[in-house]
Design a protein. Sequence first.
Lengths: 116, 572
Amino acid sequence: MSLQSDAIFEMIAQKIKESPEKAKSVNGIFLYNITKDGKIVKTWTMDLKSCKIHEGTPKSGKPNTTLTISDDDFVGLATGKLNPQTAFMKGKLKLTGNVMLAQKLGPLLKAAEAKL
Amino acid sequence: MAFRQLTEANCGQANPLHKLTTHLTRDHALAETHGQPFPSSSDQLVEQFLQETRMAPQTFRMDDLMREMHEIESQRASLPPVPASTVKDHLNDDVWALQYIEDGKHFHVNENEDIWSEIAAQEHNTHQSLQQDSIWAEEFRQDTGEAVAVQASANELLDNLDDPQFQYSKFMKFMKQVGDGEATIQDGEVSVNDEAVEWGDEYVNNLRTMNKEETAESMADDYVASNNGEYNSKFWDRLQDEWKKLADTEETADHPWISDFNDYYDTYKEYNFTEENPMFDILDPLSRGKDMLSKGDLPSAVLCFEAAVKKEPENAEAWQLLGTTQAENEQDPNAICALKRCVELQPENLTALMGLAVSYTNESYPRQACQSLVNWMQRNPQYASLVPPDFDLSGAHHKVVQDMFIRAAQLKPQDVDYEIQCGLGVLFNLSGEYDKAADCFRAALSVKSDDAKLWNRLGATLANGSNPEQAVDAYHRALNLEPGFIRARYNVGITCINLSAYKEAAEHFLLALNQQARGKDVKNVGGLSQMSETIWSTLRMCISLMNRSDLRPALDNRDLDALNKALDIHES
């Protein structure tokens, strides 16, 4: 099943490949549960310690933070339409685990940022 | 739970306590076996109980408690932990003492390699303890003040300690010296410093000859003996504060312990030159580049400047132009490389420093961006005085840099310095205060309304501050001034994505890419590597969001023609 968020994850993977120190600065393992119509349809793992992004659960180690968000909202986060804090407040984004690390993730996710 | 029946006011029901008392009062069997130990009636029991309770509150008398606590404290202060009597006897045993001396001599003689490696490991601890001790020495100096009082307390300490183990320690010798007035402790007295340092050195040497376990033990004992409890806690408090600060600032990674780690990552070392640069055999690439720049042909200008720096690697101006042009060409990584090279050759190049700050901000390196801004201010003759001479960014938050720039702006309230405003705008972008940043850029534009770069920065600030409509206006102003401004066009595409207008976004990206591909020389050879990675990856994302995965192969092959056709872009 191809979701819109697939494109976003690919873009982030590309970004990390180009500049791995951005990943290292966050240095965590994140598990994303992408939902559609209320059901989890895909999981992605962002292993920033080893700079890898892949589908499914973490291959080695446990995730520091688990995020659950719908496909559309995730795209909104990446494209800048949805603010991460707002998403969390409204309950569109659910977090368990190390919340601090998730905050560090913010800038990495912003796929569409205007350049000064 | 059992007490609930006791405490609940249930009159009439059988009270278990009462039942218990009946056992005692009316249990004749008990009375017979034990004589008459209990009062025969419940009233007498109550009497007895009340008597006892009257005595109980006495243990909660606070003043008594305080007195006792004071006693304990003063005891603890004046005496070291009193060893158990058996141990004490053992210590007083001369046999052991002699044996210890023997062992000490042994180590002196042997001096194996192993010992030195042990010592090396121990050195680390030693340094720490030295630090502690020197901190103690300083505090001791500060806090006591009067030499007489110090002498008195030193003597007191000596009197209280008559364990032979303590007598062997160097610390005790020091205290003796203090007591004898040999080493006076006064504020600012040089002799004490030397004494402390000397003593420190002796201590280290002493440690070398001692047994490892002995060292730890004696260090611990000395440490315990050497303070009134305050200095100990003061040091640990300080260490704790440091850790707390570290934990708090961990997010900003400004603490020296963490920022050192960040410093190791320096990806922007080597500039990525275009492989086949058609501009290479031109006579004066630098001036041709400037020409191209004035015409607004950024990609060609880049090629010219690349040729220029290859010809003259020490030409700072060429590097600077290359850097700033690459930034406008939406190639920040290359821009950073070039600008760094320029600053190496010409540290006072303000344009390069400001450019670095902007590019670092775009690439999410806030610390380096702040550092560049500080360097900019230091090198600027007008504002250099505002930077303290030994300013160190490692512990500071970018708020400090913000304040510096605000003060600089306030130096000339009527006359707006657009560079200062630009710097402030960058800083506020870093801290996420987009409204303030937008104000700064507007102020800068009020004095320099024809600077396309400033319009672009304003637009980007507005866009990142979730204000896409105003952003688009600013971008259009920039593009009107400079139609070849790749970065501004890229930003327009970004804003389209923010508004979910994916098709329009893709169109803009393709336009930008086309412009970049057109960067050529007189021979009309396109430079493929001039195209910006950021634009390509964003375009890819855009295509996916448009659900046009059929264009994937064209994307992978960087086939601009196919993409143009698919998205109906007409190459003019």
